[in-house]
Design a protein around this ligand. Structure first.
Ligand code: GDD
Ligand code: MG
Length: 361
């Protein structure tokens, strides 16, 4: 099976995480988000995957290359300007000649694609859309179905008065290639506002595949945080850690014998954890980060090459690449962009989101 992943969004709501890092490259358990998505596809026998990109393409290409390292063949379909979700798939058409999967690239799920394909075939559908239940459908695409599971209505970002179900578009579609004829070439066109309403009007058979599999979109720092915690705590379906208490330490990382580590904690390669440091999970520490003596880190995500001084306190925070936290500084409920410096002894205001390159205190 072939697949196309939409990785062209700007990740605006995930800022400051996505100012220098494309949303697809944001690390989850120390691997780019997109690597987890590709893993799930490859597990379901998708061997040729096209990445539809319009923005910050180079870091993605540099990391994933031709895909051989990940057991798949990767193609890239670049848009000069964003073409919208369906327009981006149309732009990938040369790589898609048989039934294929299209996926929003910001969703983490262990959806059973094989079972979805079975349903698609049984129903003789032109499109099958995966559905997932959510508490707040107004920030998603609401989908109404009939008793046979045929899609009757698609309402993107409905108001509460329009909400008739908690089932929403999970951002995974199976499409027959003849559907492409409905998408204009090199024109901004979306599945949500244009293609689905058009096909419903034309009576083209679209079916739903409702699923209770793990599902989360990493639309905001809060959801990104929740995804990491879920995976570390064993709530991510077949992904992440299993027991919820595990401590995983990478190669060439040095942890002082007096450090106290309470899982779930994942420490990548080449890290240094000093004397009497306390790590209380869920915690992730990225490649090459250094934590000096007596620092206390609780429920936080630290990216790569972060320097944390002595007696620093970090709680409920996301600290991205190359940040420097001076001795005795306190960071709680904060999100720090790349290369942020927090001065020694400074207590950051809770809830702060600090833009890359800033020095505070
Ligand atoms: N290549 C490309 N070009 N990709 C794009 C473009 C584009 O012009 N626009 C958006 N994308 C990608 C984004 O990177 C993301 O992976 C995906 O398409 C969906 O776009 P979002 O901007 O994240 O949409 P959303 O989260 O508001 O809503 C969508 O996802 C929901 C599920 O999370 C819709 O599909 C909803 O119906 C759905 O419920
Ligand atoms: Mg999204």
């Amino acid at each position: 099976m072939k697949a196309v992943i939409l990785v062209g969004g700007q990740g605006t709501r995930l800022r400051p995480l996505t100012i220098n890092t494309p949303k697809a490259m944001v690390p989850v358990l120390n691997r780019p988000f997109l690597e987890h998505v590709i893993d799930n596809l490859s597990r379901h026998k998708a061997r040729e995957i096209t990445l539809a990109i319009s923005h910050l393409a180079q870091p993605i290409k540099d990391y994933f290359g031709d895909g051989s390292r990940f057991g798949v063949k990767l193609n890239y379909a670049l848009e000069k300007a964003p073409l919208g979700t369906a327009g981006a798939v149309k732009n990938s058409e040369r790589h898609l000649d048989e039934i294929f999967l299209a996926l929003n690239g910001d969703i983490f799920t262990d959806l059973d694609i094989t079972a979805m394909m079975d349903l698609h075939r049984r129903r003789n559908a032109k499109i099958t859309i995966a559905l997932t239940p959510v508490d707040n459908p107004t920030i998603y695409g609401l989908i109404e179905t009939n008793a046979q599971g045929r899609v009757m209505r698609f309402l993107e970002k409905p108001s509460w008065s329009q909400v008739t179900t908690n089932m929403i578009n999970a951002g995974t579609y199976l499409l027959e290639p003849d559907v492409m004829a409905y998408i204009p070439f090199q024109t901004k066109f979306s599945f949500e506002h244009e293609l689905f309403p058009l096909l419903l009007e034309r009576d083209v058979p679209i079916y739903a595949y409702p699923s209770s599999a793990y599902w989360l979109d990493i639309g905001t720092p809060e959801k990104y945080f929740r995804l990491n915690k879920d995976l570390l705590s064993g709530r991510g379906g077949q992904y992440g850690l299993s027991s919820g208490q595990e401590v995983v330490v990478g190669e060439k990382s040095h942890i002082h014998s007096t450090a106290q580590i309470t899982g779930p904690v994942v420490i990548d390669n080449n890290c240094t954890i000093g004397e009497r440091v306390r790590l209380t999970g869920p915690v992730v520490i990225g490649h090459g980060s250094v934590i000096l003596d007596d620092s206390v880190i609780t429920e936080s995500i630290i990216w790569q090459a972060v320097n944390i001084g002595n007696r620093v306190k970090i709680k409920d925070s996301i600290i991205t690449n190359d940040c420097h936290l001076g001795d005795g500084s306190i960071v709680e409920e904060a999100v720090l962009g790349d290369h942020v410096t927090v001065a020694s002894g400074y207590k950051l205001k809770a809830g702060s989101k600090i833009w890359p390159g800033t020095t505070v205190g």
